[in-house]
Write a protein that binds this ligand. Structure first.
Ligand SMILES: C[S@@+](CC[C@H](N)C(=O)[O-])C[C@H]1O[C@@H](n2cnc3c(N)ncnc32)[C@H](O)[C@@H]1O
Length: 307
């Protein structure tokens, strides 16, 4: 079943949340001259028009990147992300296009880095291939991510990250995703794994979060949840979650700095919240999911559990 079409959702708050964390992980990889690889296993078509077609009809982006893109000031990575986005617009000052994860990664590759992108949907794959064909650092596969997890790991170079961003249109994906990350980890013990998951009223996300934590016990994992209602209430997507497994040092602190001002724009009435948890190499038990109250480093005394 491949009925999911990302063009309806491109640039929504969940996309922005994911892409800001992707940006921060890329910053970490770019901090050293050694080459890296990005494996984008559910890549989508790479670029989306916002003011025509599906995105114009859904209008989701207006409550997402539409609320953020004119922000001035703020932390340097957020400014850099928005400057890159503005640079992609055909007409300066007018937001009409939004890049998908493979195009965001491509923007940041150096000569020595590589992108491998997998997409199964024929139309999305064709669009992705057309968009990346000109760039010899980029390789596009029409491949099932589950098969890619066996065939493409460990990659060369060994340094890098994989993005797992499935549509969760099949209930089985909630159990397949932790199996996939575990499979990848068995083959690639050095990579950073960035996993997206939906936050819905049905409450499946805490179980997924726990399965990821249990499958990667002893690893450094940053969980970030940007919720538009809290507790999640109502039909459809109520927020988005990201797990960064094998997270770079201090990603949790950088994520707070960048995501807190972004969340305030994305949720102007404060009906939801930004939540974060850090599972550390040496910690036991469940990591605490804590509401982020400000962009500053957290006070260790101020730990309260949420689900
Ligand atoms: C949420 S979208 C990806 C969005 C993209 N990562 C971004 O941030 O711009 C999920 C994509 O995965 C594709 N897909 C679904 N099942 C897949 C599978 N088993 N293997 C590879 N791609 C798949 C869908 O066609 C869809 O384009």
């Amino acid at each position: 079943m491949l009925s999911y079409q990302h063009q309806y959702h491109a640039g929504n708050s969940a996309d922005v949340h994911k892409h800001l964390l992707l940006w921060l992980v890329l910053d970490a990889l770019l901090s050293r001259p050694k080459p890296f690889v990005v494996l984008d296993l559910y890549a989508g078509s790479g670029e989306y028009p916002l003011t025509t077609g599906a995105a114009a009809r859904s209008g989701e982006w207006r409550a997402g990147i539409g609320r953020l893109w004119d922000l001035t000031g703020g932390p340097a990575p957020l400014q850099a992300f928005l400057a890159a986005l503005r640079g992609l617009q055909p007409r300066p000052g007018e937001l009409t296009r939004y890049p998908g994860s493979p195009q965001i990664a491509r923007l940041r590759l150096r000569a020595q880095d590589r992108l491998i992108a997998c997409e199964l949907h024929p139309a999305a794959h064709a669009a992705l291939r057309a968009g990346l064909r000109v760039d010899r650092r980029c390789h596009v596969h029409r491949r099932d991510a589950r098969e890619a997890a066996r065939a493409l790991f460990p990659p060369e170079p060994r340094r890098g990250m994989a993005l797992l961003d499935p549509a969760y249109e099949r209930p089985a994906e909630y159990t397949e995703v932790p199996q996939l990350t575990a499979e990848i980890r068995r083959r690639w013990n050095t990579g950073i794994l960035l996993v997206w998951y939906p936050v819905l009223e049905d409450g499946r996300h805490p179980r997924l979060r726990e399965a990821l934590r249990a499958g990667h016990a002893g690893e450094r994992i940053v969980f970030s949840e940007l919720r538009l209602t809290d507790p999640p209430r109502g039909p459809g997507l109520q927020g988005s979650g990201i797990a960064v497994i094998g997270a770079p040092w201090q990603l949790d602190l950088q994520a707070r700095q960048v995501l807190f001002p972004a969340w305030r724009r994305l949720d102007p009435e404060g009906r939801g919240g930004l939540f974060q948890a850090l599972a550390l190499e040496n910690s036991r038990g469940r990591p605490h999911l804590v509401r982020v109250q400000n962009p500053d480093p957290p006070d260790p005394e101020d730990v309260k559990d949420y689900d």
